[in-house]
Design a protein around this ligand. Structure first.
Ligand SMILES: NC(=O)c1ccc[n+]([C@@H]2O[C@H](COP(=O)([O-])OP(=O)(O)OC[C@H]3O[C@@H](n4cnc5c(N)ncnc54)[C@H](OP(=O)(O)O)[C@@H]3O)[C@@H](O)[C@H]2O)c1
Length: 326
C-alpha cells in the first residue's frame, strides 16, 4: 500500500523532504503540503516539482487558503511530517499540529525540537495510548543517526553516557578561533558571512540549541523526564583566544560539549584532547555513546541542512512504513 503523508511547514527541511522523495522511489505519496500562507492538496499525489517551483517563484506553496490544521483534520493520510519553526518555551505551533495529528490518529515524524522539549512525555503518552508512532531522529544531529541508533541498533545494550558536539555553528566558530587565533566576535562575523548563523545567533552561541538536543536525548534514550531547566548551560560567548592558546599548549582544544552522565545534564565549553574523536572541525556534529556491552561508539555527520535533515525524516517515514507492514 502507498503511504500517504502531509508536509506541514515548507521551508528548508520541508522542501528537502519533497526533494528526497522525488530523488528516491519509495511508495510514499504526499497528499498535502502547508506553509504559513496556505496549502496545496491532491489526494492522488501533489506534484512535488510543481510545488517546489511555486514556492521558489511565489514564496508560497499555496493553491488554496486551507491551513495546516485544516489539512491535519480533513485530508486523509497516515503520517504527518511536522517541519515548522522551533519554539522551545511552549512547543509553539508545532505542538498544536502534533496533538491534532494524534487526535486524528495520524503517525508523526518531526524535525521540530520545540514540542519535544516542552512536552515530551505527554506526546509519547498520547502516541502510545492511541497506538501511533512518533519519530524524531531529525531533531538531534541532522543526518547523524543518534536516537534510532541508541534505541534500535543498540537494543539491549544500555547506554551509560552520551557526550557530543551537537551544534555546527558553535563548532565552526570554535574551530576558527582554534585554527586562526581570531576572537569570538571575528569568528561569529565570518560564520554570519557564510550564512551558517541564524539572524539571531543567541540560541546557538548561548548553548540553547544544544540544551534542547540534550533534553531530547535524555528523555528518549535514557528514559528520563526532564526539561530545559534541568540542564546546566554555559555558551561560548566568553571564550577568548588566550583560552585557546593555553589549551593548545597543553595538547587540548575547546569544544562546546553537551553531555548526559550519571543523571546529570550539562552543556558547556570543555577542554578536549587534540587527538580525541570529539575534536571535530567545522560545522560537523559528533557524538560518543558509552554503552554497557559494546563500549564506546562514536558517530558523526552533517548536523543540519535541507537534504541531510530530510534524510533522517525519510528514514523515520520508512521505519513506520515497515512497522505497519505496508
Ligand atoms: N534547517 C535545518 O538544517 C534543520 C535541522 C534540524 C532541525 N531543524 C528544525 O526543523 C524545523 C524546520 O526547519 P527549517 O529550517 O525548514 O525552517 P524554515 O525554513 O523556517 O521553515 C519553516 C516552515 O514552516 C512554515 N510555517 C510557519 N508557521 C506555519 C504554520 N502556522 N502553518 C504551516 N506552516 C508554517 C513556514 O512557512 P513560510 O514558508 O510561509 O514562512 C516555513 O515554510 C525547525 O523546527 C528547525 O529547528 C532544522
Amino acid at each position: 500500500m502507498t503511504l500517504r503523508i502531509s508536509i506541514i511547514g515548507f521551508g528548508a527541511v520541508g522542501q528537502g523532504v519533497a526533494e528526497v522523495l522525488m530523488r528516491t522511489n519509495h511508495p510514499v505519496r504526499v497528499v498535502a503540503i502547508a506553509d504559513s500562507r496556505g496549502a496545496v492538496v491532491d489526494s492522488c499525489g501533489v506534484d512535488l516539482a510543481d510545488a517546489l517551483q511555486r514556492k521558489r517563484d511565489a514564496g508560497t506553496v499555496a493553491t488554496t487558503d486551507m491551513t495546516a490544521i485544516d489539512i491535519i483534520e480533513g485530508v486523509d493520510h497516515e503520517i504527518m511530517v511536522e517541519t515548522t519553526p522551533t519554539e522551545m518555551a511552549t512547543g509553539g505551533i508545532g505542538l498544536i499540529h502534533i496533538k491534532k495529528a494524534f487526535e486524528k490518529k495520524r503517525h508523526v515524524v518531526t524535525s521540530n525540537k520545540g514540542p519535544l522539549v516542552a512536552k515530551y512525555s505527554e506526546l509519547c503518552r498520547i502516541a502510545r495510548e492511541n497506538d501511533l508512532h512518533f519519530r524524531f531522529e531529525a531533531t538531534v544531529g541532522g543526518a547523524m543517526p543518534i536516537i534510532n541508533l541508541s534505541e534500535e541498533i543498540l537494543a539491549g545494550n544500555r547506554v551509560l553516557a552520551i557526550e557530543g558536539v551537537l551544534n555546527g555553528t558553535c563548532n565552526y566558530i570554535l574551530t576558527r578561533m582554534d585554527d586562526e587565533g581570531v576572537s569570538y566576535e571575528q569568528a561569529l562575523g565570518e560564520a554570519q558571512e557564510l550564512g551558517i548563523v541564524e539572524a539571531d545567533p543567541t540560541a546557538d552561541v548561548e548553548g540553547i540549541d544544544t540544551v534542547a538536543k540534550i533534553v531530547i536525548l535524555a528523555n528518549s534514550v535514557f528514559g528520563m523526564d526532564v526539561g530545559y531547566e534541568d540542564v546546566d548551560v554555559t555558551g561560548i560567548t566568553k571564550i577568548t583566544p588566550e583560552a585557546f592558546k593555553l589549551a593548545k599548549e597543553g595538547g587540548y582544544t575547546i569544544r562546546l560539549i553537551g553531555e548526559i552522565q550519571d543523571g546529570t545534564l550539562k552543556v558547556a565549553p570543555k577542554m578536549v584532547p587534540r587527538n580525541h574523536p570529539l575534536n571535530i572541525g567545522g560545522t560537523f556534529n559528533i557524538a560518543s555513546i558509552q554503552t554497557e556491552l559494546a563500549g564506546r561508539i562514536t558517530i558523526g555527520g552533517i548536523g543540519a541542512g535541507s537534504i541531510e535533515t530530510a534524510s533522517a525524516i525519510l528514514s523515520d517515514i520508512l521505519w513506520i512504513k515497515r512497522v505497519l507492514g505496508d
